[in-house]
Write a protein that binds this ligand. Sequence first.
Ligand code: ING
Length: 301
Amino acid sequence: MTKMIIGGAQIGGIQKAETREEVVARMLALMEEAHDKGVEFLAYPEMTLTTFFPRFYVEDRSEFDHWFETEMPNAAVMPLFDKAKEYGMGFTFGYCELTPEGLHYNTSVIVSPEGEIVLTYRKTHLPGHAEYEPERSHQHLEKRYFLPGDTGFNVVRSQGVIMGMGICNDRRWPETWRVLGLQGVQLVSIGYNTPSQNNLMQAEGLEKRLYHHELSVCAGAYQNSTYAVSVAKCGDEDGNHMIGGSVIVDPDGFVIARAQGEGDELIVAEADFDKCAFGKSTVFNFAAHRRVEHYGLITAQ
Ligand code: ING
C-alpha cells in the first residue's frame, strides 16, 4: 500500500443528555460522507461516545461508570463496525473502557476493514488532577477517573500501513511520537478533547490553544517522518467550550487538511506513504544519526 485516502471525522459537542445511539448516528453520517469521498481509513476523536465528563466532580467515582464501555464492540457501536465493514473502511475511535477487573482507562482502538480490532491503546499521559481543586474555574479530573494506560505505544500493520495511536495530551509529549517512530510508524492517529478555557484563570487565548495543538502534531509528524490525523471532539458541551482545529499532517509536518468549524465535520486528504520513506532514510535515519548513549535521562527520570 503506498497511497490511501484518509478521513478525519471531527465531532461537535456531545451533551450530557445525549445517548450513545444518538452519537453513533452522527458518527455514521460522517462515515457515509467519508465513503462517498473514497475514504479508506477514518479517524474519530478521543472519547467519541460521550461528553467530556472529567470536567465534572463526583465523590463516588462508580457514579460515572455509566460513561464507560464494558465490552468492545457492543450493541451501541455495532452499527459502526457493520457499516465500516460494508464499506471496506478501516477506522479508529476513542472511548472510556471499564475492564472486567474493574479498571478504568481512556482508550482507543484501530479496526480493520474486516471489522476486527487490530490494536488497542490506553492513554498514557493523563493531564489534570485527581481531587476537586476549588481554585480552578474548571475541573479537569482525568487522573480521578482513569488509570494511566498500561499498553505503551505500539504499532500494527493494517491495510498495508504501519499505524499507531496516541490520545489527546499524548500529542504534547515527544516521547509518544519517538516510541512510535522507532517502530517505523507511517500513520499516527491522536484524537483529542481540549478545553479552550484555562482552568487556572491565567490568560490563555483560544489561538494559543490551537497553536500548541497544531505545533505538537506537526512537530511529532515531521520529527518521525509520519502522517498524522488528529481529530477533535469540540464546540459546546453543556456550556463548556473545547477547541476544534482537526488536522491531517504529512511527513514533512505540513497541514494538508484542516477543519473549518467546531461541529461534526469531515476532513479528507490523500496520503502517499512513500513520502515517509524519504525522511526515515535521510534526516531522520535513526540508526545513522541517533546517539542513544546520551539519552539516558529521558527514561531515567
Ligand atoms: N485535554 C487537554 C490536552 O492535552 C490540556 C488538556 C489542555 C493540557 C491545554 C494542556 C493545555 O489537549 C486532554 N483531554 O488531554
